[in-house]
Ligand binder design. Structure first.
Ligand code: SAH
Length: 433
């Protein structure tokens, strides 16, 4: 199974290449390969990650050709928008109409929308977000793999089940060989083209070892690597970039510095933001966002979170519900409702705009079994599949009863692909336009 469609190079201008996908042209950066016009490549997140032989590319494309256009039609049908304003406030209708016409949303309008409790208004809000997603990004949906390389953590964040607060958890750190093997299986056997490597903070795998693995993934497998190891510092960010990492997944958790201090045991939000900004300056693609439903958070904080993710120039937004873990100080906090998460995703699309990828998080899938489908129909266009070896996956307990923890990777892929097909989405990442 393949999670990206190969494209044919139409032109090359220094490190920027123009790739053709069934008549659609997209730009991609080429940092790594010797390429010529007419070659076939896979791109992810706007980077060329693999060169493919003509024969292989033509085989894949012949399978995709019909499906590609069929899926687009289904998507177009499901995302059409009829802004009938019966049963909704005039102000809501005007705001949604304005967004559908490409205008940007003021903070006051965003707050007005997030505060709506009217079912019909919420429904129209989610539909408008889906309409915009289709209009800007068509039907491509990124399917990234995540490998949780260690559950060791020195931090005492009060929301997190793998924090040092949890004394009952068995801790693991995968060896560099194990990480590479898991990546190899994900790329070569399952067809992933983008992988997130994630862990707690200070996990016992040295930066040199991580660099070694990332370089091998880049050179031997050909996949876009995102790192998510917490605040590793500028030097290490640079080191891993040189080895081939091109994305950073780091949530700021909340845009409210006071809440941040409370839940991140006295650490400062400013330091985390600095880290994200440094990574952006180095050249990393940024995936960031916050926890929805943490104690003290207001609707205005959520709106501020979305604006902050946008201001950090995120390529991908990751907003997910906070789910209490029994072995943490916040064990008795109730999660937000599904509709609050859906509203957040829709507002993320309204505020984040044209290019941004919006992820359905595993936490949301744990909160609601229909999260993927509903989220993808509310502005989101990205999902993650857990490809951590199963014996470790069950120990990466950020929160209890995590969705897909016991599922075989092949089953997860099959379920994902059939869901995507049912709503007209192609499991691809054609790169930034
Ligand atoms: N050490 C890395 C990865 C942390 S775990 C880093 O600091 O970025 C990845 C994410 O899981 C966190 O950023 C947090 O937003 C989320 N998370 C942790 N505990 C959670 C919980 N109880 N419910 C929902 N999400 C949680």
């Amino acid at each position: 199974m393949c999670y990206a469609i190969p494209g044919k190079i139409k032109s090359i201008s220094d490190t920027v290449i123009l790739v053709d996908y069934f008549g659609e042209e997209k730009k991609a950066y080429n940092d790594f390969y010797d390429l010529a016009v007419g070659d076939y490549v896979f791109a992810q997140g706007g980077y060329v990650v693999q060169k493919v032989s003509k024969k292989e590319a033509e085989e894949i494309l012949s399978v995709w050709k019909e499906t590609f256009f069929e899926l687009q039609e289904v998507d177009l049908r499901l995302s059409s928008l009829d802004l009938k304003s019966a049963g909704i406030e005039r102000k809501t209708a005007l705001i949604l109409d304005k967004i559908a016409q490409n205008s940007s949303l003021s903070k006051e309008e965003a707050l007005y929308l997030i505060n709506s409790e009217n079912e019909r208004e919420i429904e129209l809000m989610l539909k408008t977000a889906n309409f915009l997603r289709q209009k800007y990004l068509k039907n491509s949906c990124c399917v990234h793999g995540i490998i949780e390389i260690s559950n060791r953590c020195q931090n005492m964040c009060s929301y997190c089940g793998i924090s040092a607060n949890n004394k009952t958890l068995s801790r693991y750190t995968m060896t560099k060989e194990e990480i590479f093997e898991a990546a190899k299986e994900a790329v070569n056997r399952h067809g992933f083209k983008a992988l997130m490597l994630q862990s707690g903070e200070n996990h016992g795998c040295s930066v040199d070892d991580l660099g070694y693995v990332i370089e091998r993934i880049k050179n031997e497998l050909g996949a876009l690597v995102f790192i998510s190891f917490g605040e590793i510092g500028l030097k290490n960010l640079e080191k891993l970039y040189k080895k081939g990492a091109r994305g950073l997944l780091m949530r700021f958790e909340t845009s409210n510095p006071e809440i941040y201090r409370n839940i991140c045991s006295g650490n400062e939000l400013e330091d985390r933001l600095e880290h994200i900004k440094n990574a952006y300056e180095i050249g990393y693609l940024i995936a960031t966002g916050s926890l929805i439903g943490i104690p003290g958070q207001t609707k205005e904080d959520i709106i501020n979170d979305i604006y902050l993710a946008r201001d950090l120039k995120a390529e991908m937004f990751s907003f997910g519900p906070f789910l209490a873990h029994p072995e943490t100080p916040l064990f008795d906090i109730r999660p937000v409702m599904e509709k609050e998460m859906l509203k957040t995703l829709a507002l993320a699309r309204f505020i984040g705009g044209k290019e941004v990828k919006i992820l359905i998080t595993t936490a949301f899938e744990t909160l609601s079994k229909d999260a993927r489908k509903k989220g993808l129909l509310s502005g989101a266009n990205s999902v993650m599949i857990n490809v951590t070896p199963r014996q470790y996956r069950k120990l990466y307990t950020l929160y209890p009863k995590r969705a897909h923890d016991q599922e075989d990777i092949v089953n997860q892929i099959n379920d994902t692909v059939s869901l995507l097909r049912s709503i007209g989405r192609a499991p691809t990442d054609l790169g930034a336009s």
